[in-house]
Design a protein around this ligand. Structure first.
Ligand code: 7GP
Length: 825
């Protein structure tokens, strides 16, 4: 197709009405009047997908005809959130659809709400991948997201009696209208077996895998619609199925069980996401999943490449870039080597040069629990040929180390890819890539100077920073229509594709009229959230109180404990001064804890116990309310961000690689209370110190205190009455009537160290006073409505840097070297 082929450009209201009515009739045998919200949603989704198809096809025709370089974003997680609203927004169909639905007598909000929220990710890294896809399409960069089509996403969290209960998330239950199954691109992926060498006609030996078992990888393609552009990129998620011929063979031998077993084994591969954020599960199935989607992706990419360029692999890096989203896709390095050498007979040296130019790696955490290492036994049994290649990469790398450093056994043991009985995935990724990046300036510096210092010494040119970002389409235009309208009325809608335009709001920050409008919108959003809370948890919260929100995965380094300790302290202060005047505050938490992370689950119980105590105490009289909202997910975040006054970003300095929730709240006009950690540091630079509440130790101070070995929480306990009160309430029955020892573990962890950990590992008590001071300042600042509004508006106005459009442009120009395309209709 050339650029002039006419394509349908608009979808009119009448056309939408016609198509939805028709779809409901033919697919569900219902009329509009009798169809359920679920059925209406499905009909809408099919209608929009249908409408998209021409752009989707045209985009791929452009890739083909211009033979462009494409980036493949390899990720175990894509936390996409709902598709419908986002697609509709990016296609500028929102108004039209609302009108069409109204004329049909359909409640569009209910239909939107019928869509499952696909939780194919567990936290920041997965959501970042989703924001990146939105920006890639909006900016017109040729790209694929490549991952796994888990049948069950991250568990659904219920709270029962204050405890987290996990329930399976069957997101495919009502169908999968956005996907297109592509059987024609199915790939075979091989596991196990043994490696043999065979001689070809020229007498050259090649390695082949024998006695392996294989599964079939079937791609499901999902459209990724750009905003205000015709570009529609693809999210390709691989699903596992058994290979038919196994069936037949076993069946013929009368071994029906074996056939079914194969089926089950294959199906299990893509069955469920491991919901670990900043930790590793270390399960064999997880390694299988990693190889499964990497092998399928790389095989398919090389197949497509050879269709165009035959076997001239020297130009592969000019057409293909693989971005490794953390270490989970590190096998890409070895798999690319394997295919180049074993399938196409490329020499080691050439294959290695091509691989290094084609792969790039992003690090998302320095938490040591998250460092992926696989036992050699497991790795070599499951992936024997891949293991051979990793060993050889390691052998050559260690030989180079000797050239660089002389024979220094410590250095080599520390840096080797295979050591101490394990394969270290991060090192494989670093050695096999041309770029290693962190996700915020402070994080990238910590990588260079501490965590990966040895690697920085030998490969300084590889290291770079790409500060994270978020898409303003979902995180403002879609989730906060009130504020979007207000902004657009004042400065136009250019910000939707160029977030820097928000600086035009700066002159309005001190404008009384604008402040009033801004605070009116904020209040409306708080009313909406209050209504939702009333509906879902039967708790009344006051929209005129400060909405203070901490939502993110539950992890000790993120310090939900610091927040809840402060609340206990505040409660105590009110009890002792019953007439004390404070601005009423609603503390909102939401967080999933990994199912096996005992301490994190206990912290959830603690938050709920504090909530019970505080919310039911008449002396408090509603001045403070505490609420733990269950099942934190993208959809809930979309409701929370617009309603926040205060955003809690309080990790121990040096631990949060970047954070992206911090950016979402800033963009929606919340004021941050935060440590100098992750992207908070850059938010301070952008917003200025008058518009953010910074507290606590710096990363350098944390490091120094840790290294000094002198930290003693007992001293703080003895010196500070308030700390003593808070900690005592953990063990004297205040919070757990009849179960005095319920929270003793937390008490011990703070003061004595628990299970071999240092006491108060994350310096909750050390930062406590400074956090209290910051909270006190917030209380006072809120009393001056004009000052508060000015701060909040300044936050919005200076959040331009945190658009994922900026981030993606930097990846594209500095790492991938890809160029945008234009798709004409
Ligand atoms: C997260 C980081 O904790 C967060 O600070 C960052 O903003 C986000 O990645 C995106 O870069 N890390 C993870 O989600 C994670 O699981 C372990 O890291 C691999």
């Amino acid at each position: 197709m050339d650029n002039t082929t006419p394509l349908p450009v608009g979808l009119t209201k009448d056309e939408i009405k016609r198509r939805v009515t028709e779809m409901v009739r033919t697919v569900f045998r219902k009329t509009i009047e009798t169809a359920s919200s679920q059925q209406i949603y499905n009909a809408l989704a099919y209608t929009i997908k249908d409408y998209l198809s021409d752009r989707w096809i045209a985009t791929h025709d452009q890739y083909e005809s211009q033979d462009v370089k494409v980036v493949y974003y390899l990720s175990m997680e894509f936390l996409m959130g709902r598709f419908l609203g986002n697609a509709v927004l990016n296609l500028s169909l929102d108004e039209t659809i609302r009108e069409a639905m109204e004329e049909l007598g359909v409640d569009y909000n209910l239909a939107e709400d019928a869509e499952a929220d696909p939780g194919l990710g567990s936290g920041g890294l997965g959501r970042l991948a989703a924001c990146f896809l939105d920006s890639l399409s909006t900016l017109g960069y040729p790209a694929y997201g490549c991952g796994i089509r888990y049948h069950y996403g991250i568990f659904e969290q219920h709270i029962e009696n204050g405890y987290q209960i996990e329930k399976p998330d069957n997101w495919l239950k009502f169908g999968d209208p956005w996907s297109v199954r592509r059987d024609e691109y199915a790939m075979e992926v091989r596991f196990g077996g043994k490696v043999n060498s065979v001689k070809d006609e020229q007498g050259v030996y090649h390695f082949v895998l024998e006695d392996y078992h294989s599964v079939l990888a079937i791609p499901y393609d999902y459209p990724v619609v750009g905003y205000n552009t015709n570009v529609v990129n693809t999210l390709r998620l691989w699903d596992a199925e058994a290979i038919d011929r196994f069936d037949l063979q076993s069946f013929n031998e009368g071994n029906y069980e074996r056939a079914v077993e194969e089926q089950n084994l294959a199906r299990r591969l893509s069955e469920v996401l491991y919901p670990a954020d900043n930790t590793v599960a270390g399960k064999e199935l997880r390694l299988r999943q990693q190889y499964f989607f990497i092998s399928a992706t790389i095989q398919r990419v090389l197949m497509r490449f050879t269709e165009k360029h035959k076997e001239d692999f020297s130009v592969l890096p000019d057409y293909v870039q693989f971005q490794l989203n953390d270490t989970h896709p590190s096998l890409a390095v070895a798999e690319l080597m394997r295919i180049l050498m074993d399938t196409y007979y490329v020499s080691w040296d050439q294959a290695w040069e091509i691989t290094r130019k084609t792969c790039a790696y992003t690090n998302h955490t320095i938490m040591s629990e998250a460092l992926e290492k696989w036992p050699i036994e497991l790795f070599s049994r499951l992936l024997p040929r891949i293991y051979m290649i990793v060993e050889e990469i390691n052998r050559r790398f260690c030989a180079n180390l000797i050239d660089w450093f002389g024979n220094d056994p410590n250095k080599i043991r520390n840096m080797a890819i295979v050591a101490d009985g394990q394969v270290r995935m991060a090192y494989l990724a670093i050695v096999g890539s041309h770029s290693v990046n962190g996700v915020a300036a402070i994080h990238s510096n910590i990588l260079k100077t501490q965590e990966l210092r040895d690697f920085y010494d030998i490969y300084p040119e590889k290291f770079n920073n790409k500060t994270n970002g978020i898409t303003q389409r979902r995180w403002l235009a879609k989730c906060n229509p009130g504020l979007s309208r207000l902004i657009t009325q004042n400065i136009g809608d250019g910000w939707i594709s160029n977030l820097d335009e928000l600086t035009k709001l700066k002159p309005l920050a001190g404008d009384a009229g604008f402040q009033t409008d801004f605070m009116r919108v904020k209040r409306e959003n708080k009313v909406l959230l209050s209504n939702y809370i009333k509906q879902t948890s039967d708790l009344s919260v006051d929209p005129d109180s400060i909405f203070d929100i901490q939502v993110k995965r539950l992890h000790e380094y993120k310090r939900q404990l610091l927040n809840i300790f402060h609340i206990i302290d505040l409660y105590n202060t009110i009890k002792m001064n019953p007439y004390m005047e404070i601005v009423p505050r609603t503390f909102i938490f939401a967080a999933k804890a990994s199912a096996s992370y005992h301490r994190a689950k206990l912290i959830i119980k603690l938050i709920n116990s504090v909530a019970d105590l505080v919310n039911n105490d008449k002396t408090v009289n509603g001045r403070i309310r505490v609420l733990f909202m269950e099942n934190y997910r993208v959809t809930l975040a979309e409701q929370l961000c617009p309603a926040a006054d205060v955003s809690e970003q309080i990790s121990t300095a040096g631990k949060e690689a970047s954070g992206t929730g911090n950016m979402k709240f800033m963009l929606n006009g919340a004021v941050t209370v935060g440590t100098l950690d992750g992207a908070n540091v850059e938010m301070l630079e952008e917003a200025g110190e008058d518009n953010i509440f910074i507290f606590g130790m710096t990363a350098a101070e944390v490091l120094a205190l840790t290294q000094s070995g002198t930290y003693s929480p007992w001293n703080l306990y003895n010196m500070d009455y308030n700390i003593r009160f808070v900690l005592t309430s953990l063990i004297n029955g205040t919070l757990a009537p009849g179960e005095h020892d319920l929270f003793r573990e937390i008490y011990d962890a703070m003061l004595n160290g628990y299970g071999g950990a240092r006491p108060d590992e994350y310096y909750v008590l050390q930062d406590f006073q400074s956090y209290k001071n910051a909270q006190f300042k917030i209380n006072n600042a809120y009393k001056d409505t004009a000052r508060w509004a000015e701060m909040a508006i300044n936050n919005v106005a200076t959040s331009g840097k945190f658009s994922s459009d900026r981030t993606i442009r930097q990846y594209a120009e500095e790492i991938w070297r890809i160029k945008p395309i234009q798709v004409k209709l």
